[in-house]
Design a protein around this ligand. Sequence first.
Ligand SMILES: NC(=O)c1ccc[n+]([C@@H]2O[C@H](COP(=O)([O-])OP(=O)(O)OC[C@H]3O[C@@H](n4cnc5c(N)ncnc54)[C@H](OP(=O)(O)O)[C@@H]3O)[C@@H](O)[C@H]2O)c1
Length: 434
Amino acid sequence: MSESPAPLADPHLVFDPVAAEGPRDLVVLGSTGSIGTQAVDLVLRNPDRFRVTGLSAAGGRVELLAEQARRLRVRTVAVAREDAVPALREALAGQYGAGEPLPEIIAGPDAATHLASADFPECHTVLNGITGSIGLAPTLAALEAGRTLALANKESLIVGGPLVKALAKPGQIIPVDSEHAALFQALAAGTRADVRKLVVTASGGPFRGRTKADLADVTPADALAHPTWAMGPVITVNSATLVNKGLEVIEAHLLYDIPFDRIEVVVHPQSYVHSMVEFTDGSTLAQATPPDMRGPIAIGIGWPERVPDAAPAFDWSKASTWEFFPLDTEAFPSVGLARHVGELAGTAPAVFNAANEECVDAFLAGALPFNGIMETVTQVVAEHGTPRAGTSLTVADVLEAETWARARARELTATTKSSATAATRNQTTAEARA
Ligand SMILES: NC(=O)c1ccc[n+]([C@@H]2O[C@H](COP(=O)([O-])OP(=O)(O)OC[C@H]3O[C@@H](n4cnc5c(N)ncnc54)[C@H](OP(=O)(O)O)[C@@H]3O)[C@@H](O)[C@H]2O)c1
């Protein structure tokens, strides 16, 4: 077990009890994404509980961002891309009535971090719904500012685990990932000493039941067709490779301080049970809802209260089948590799994640076959060797490791692409000759 006195996420602790009166001030990072738009929906349905003061996005969907700003009446809108500001200003002007004061706009790569930090005072909880390791800086800023952190951006925990651990107070993080929100709720049923193991469920993604050979020719469109969840493209491909499940195992280890050999993965195609905790007396507590991220988002932004009607519940008058299967570790080697990098710790998970993000981009661009994603990530992790680790690890170390991993993954995927192109050219030439 690690030395940390209490886990980062603990349902028995309320980090900062909110005054009973008045809505809770929220900053929503990544508001135009899948998590962000569902969070906005919850807030709009519960104005007595929540008030959004700041919104942040990359800047790709300014019309939506402006509409959210108007509907929520936010104080500040932040975009990472400075070149998106003119279009955002125009979109805001289109949304607001003549003479109505427009929200403040802040722009630049640090804009989300600014909103999460103590420089932006009107905030109790930061919901980090940004995609990718770019979410690390806002995560650290929110923790440093003493905000409650509703964390959907799992990458910030994966790449910056030791940094997050060093800053977070016990109970300061409320997980939003459905599996970790499920574990959070199930863990409330016992003490830490009562926990035997965590059981993380996986839908198995669109390729459940396929062999490694079957996966050789799958396309980006196949991988983006997730059977139970509608999510952003990166996490959807990560669900198809099961890299997402590997990241979640590392996330569970870091959040709940449970060793890797006591975290199991089980395939549950229906995605009704979002994860389970097995206690030492043999009891297993499962958290179950129809798949809908508004449930875990409501836990993240509302804890320790439950938000009524956050998401639909089951209709028990209808028959349903709930299945559980062991994981096929040969077709999906990603979970094993994730455990390995999680145990190595330090910069190793950052390298795993960064290499994977590059490979997902290459796969979506048609430059890498599906199985090539894990083959490339495995090679990059192996070349990284013994990670830089320990309490002296800095953000600069993590960024340096990431930069190296991205560059190396790009080199390797470029080689794959050129050999695939050469093979196609040779085949075409041979066919022409024949
Ligand atoms: N979606 C789910 O159901 C789900 C479930 C569990 C966990 N998660 C995790 O939640 C996170 C978000 O996932 P998602 O599916 O919601 O992603 P998504 O749909 O791709 O949305 C990403 C959001 O992040 C914004 N963004 C990107 N770069 C940014 C930057 N530098 N600064 C500020 N905002 C930035 C995007 O803005 P633009 O619109 O301007 O590009 C968008 O609002 C990921 O870490 C994912 O693993 C998601």
